[in-house]
Design a protein around this ligand. Structure first.
Ligand code: ZN
Length: 105
């Protein structure tokens, strides 16, 4: 097995594998952390992607949210209300993107 350099202690080693269930585990595949046997640091991580079921749930929840919001916007005749609505969509989209980057990298 090839030895790689640990990014924490700079020693050449063969990583130990640690399988675990990531955040929102029901919706994702098992993740594997490659641990350094010398310092115990995480050298890199693989897996943990959204499973098919995870994508399905994300898609359904996402579309219910969007449809509900768009319906609210079209009910309103006030342009500032529509703009505020669009603003909050952008805001929550940004938050969702941040969460996505945090949990599903
Ligand atoms: Zn190390």
């Amino acid at each position: 097995m090839d030895k790689i350099e640990c990014p924490h202690c700079r020693r050449q080693c063969t990583p130990k594998l640690w399988h675990y269930r990531p955040v929102f585990g029901a919706l994702r595949y098992m993740a594997t952390q490659h641990l350094c046997p010398f310092c115990g640091g995480v050298m890199y991580q693989t897996g943990g992607q959204l499973s098919f079921f995870g994508w399905l749930v994300t898609l359904i929840v996402g579309s219910i949210f969007v449809v509900g919001l768009v319906a609210q916007l079209f009910k309103s005749k006030d342009i500032t209300e529509v703009l505020t609505g669009i603003g909050s969509v952008v805001f929550w989209g940004f938050i969702a993107y941040k969460l996505y980057k945090r949990f599903w990298k």
